[in-house]
Design a protein around this ligand. Structure first.
Ligand code: GDP
Length: 369
């Protein structure tokens, strides 16, 4: 691979901790403005991370949103209290992740399940696939049914986690087993058809956790069909192979065009974001400037005739696409279409800012769509 062009800017913090990721604590600043735009922190939808102790909840949160390297999670203390984390790094991704300790008893009468599940957007239940998961399945069933009683609009997600330690066969076996047992338990409770959790195989040691989180977050984005539509138009007008709209800080893709997502392409795009930010942080000449701004753009030419192309869309989002070399020769056309695309995205933001109240009722999202 060779890097052809890259626009560089300075290091925002002046400090740099990790080579393969954003500097820890990096953000775009000015978060109040973003929070204000959606009507206050407390009204944001929540993503609840639940699961037994040591299932990997804190690690997931730290790796995806705080750029901790996976090896460092070995030294994390196990979650012992409810930890609320506000994720404000993208206008489309504004929510809270609540990391619950495994040992809390949700069925204790003093536990306010109305408050916990009432305004919850997604509930992610993490199961350690390397461990005996019988206890986790019992807990999963209790949690799903209790949450569903309180709020029927919750999106239920199950992360079959730590699959890096399993062979491919054991991975699929674990998924089949967990999925079948969880579904049977729900059927026995008369909830099949009403409550349909999605299952993902995840690990913090590869991109699967980012991919899974992308899918979870996308379900919470009311504008998703509009964004996908815009990406489809861009892809067909420019002859792109694939296009992702990334939240730059978390490397969650908040939308992509309708062609299937191939993990390898996604990983390449994630790596490209890391490269652009790293090079920008290390070699940017203006120390005061941000590592990612309006000038951010990059072209990486791969040896197989495919070009990775990154463009800033706004201060949170970047378009990253794969283009065949011969198609990239029509750069004027791509440039023109990209500007139309960027303008449309801005309009989507404008509409949201003007019309949207707080992101409280996720039920109304799907109604609107
Ligand atoms: P919590 O109690 O649910 O918050 O669990 P932690 O996040 O503290 O994780 C418990 C242990 O699992 C830590 O030693 C992590 O390093 C490890 N862990 C977390 N995620 C993964 C993973 O994807 N793969 C592997 N092999 N270990 C993981």
């Amino acid at each position: 691979r060779s890097i052809v062009t890259m626009s560089l800017n300075g290091d925002p913090s002046g400090s740099y901790h990790e080579v393969d990721s954003f500097p820890e604590g990096y953000n775009y600043g000015d978060e109040d403005e973003v929070i204000g735009a959606v009507g206050g922190v407390e009204n944001k939808p929540r993503i609840l991370l639940m699961g037994l102790r040591r299932s990997g909840k804190s690690s997931i949160q730290k790796v995806v949103f705080h750029k901790l390297s996976p090896n460092e999670t070995l030294f994390l203390e196990s979650t012992s209290k409810v930890v609320k984390d506000d994720i404000n790094n993208s206008s489309f991704v504004q929510f809270q992740v609540w990391d619950f300790p495994g040992q809390i008893d949700f069925f204790d009468p003093t536990f306010d399940s109305e408050q916990i599940f009432g305004s919850c957007g997604s509930l992610i239940f993490v199961i350690d696939a390397q461990d005996d998961y019988r206890q986790a399945l019992i807990r999963l069933h209790q949690t799903l049914t209790k949450a569903f009683q309180v709020n029927q609009n919750i999106k239920f997600e199950v992360f079959i986690h730590k699959v890096d330690g399993l062979s491919d066969d054991r991975k699929w076996e674990a998924q089949r087993d967990i999925q079948t047992k969880a579904t049977c338990d729900l059927a026995d409770a008369g909830l099949d058809g009403l409550l349909r959790p999605s299952f993902y195989l995840t690990s913090i040691y590869d991109h699967s956790i980012f991919e899974a989180f992308s899918r979870v977050v996308q379900k919470l984005i009311p504008q998703l069909p509009t964004l996908e539509n815009l990406l489809n138009i861009l892809v067909s007008n420019c002859g792109l192979e694939k296009a992702f709209l990334f939240d730059v800080v978390s490397k969650i893709y908040i939308a992509t065009d309708s062609s299937p997502v191939d993990m390898l392409s996604y990983e390449l795009c994630c790596d490209m974001i890391d490269v652009v930010i790293d090079v920008s942080c290390i070699y940017g000449d203006d120390v005061e400037a941000c590592a990612y701004d309006q000038q951010s753009a990059s072209i990486i030419k791969l040896s197989n005739g495919v070009i990775l192309y990154l463009r800033e869309v706004n201060r949170f989002l970047a378009l990253v696409c794969l283009i065949r070399e011969e198609v990239f020769e029509r750069q004027g056309l791509i440039e023109y279409n990209f500007h139309c695309f960027r303008e449309s995205i801005q309009q989507v933001f404008e509409v949201r800012r003007k019309t949207q109240g707080p992101l409280t009722s996720l039920g109304s999202y799907s109604d609107d769509n």
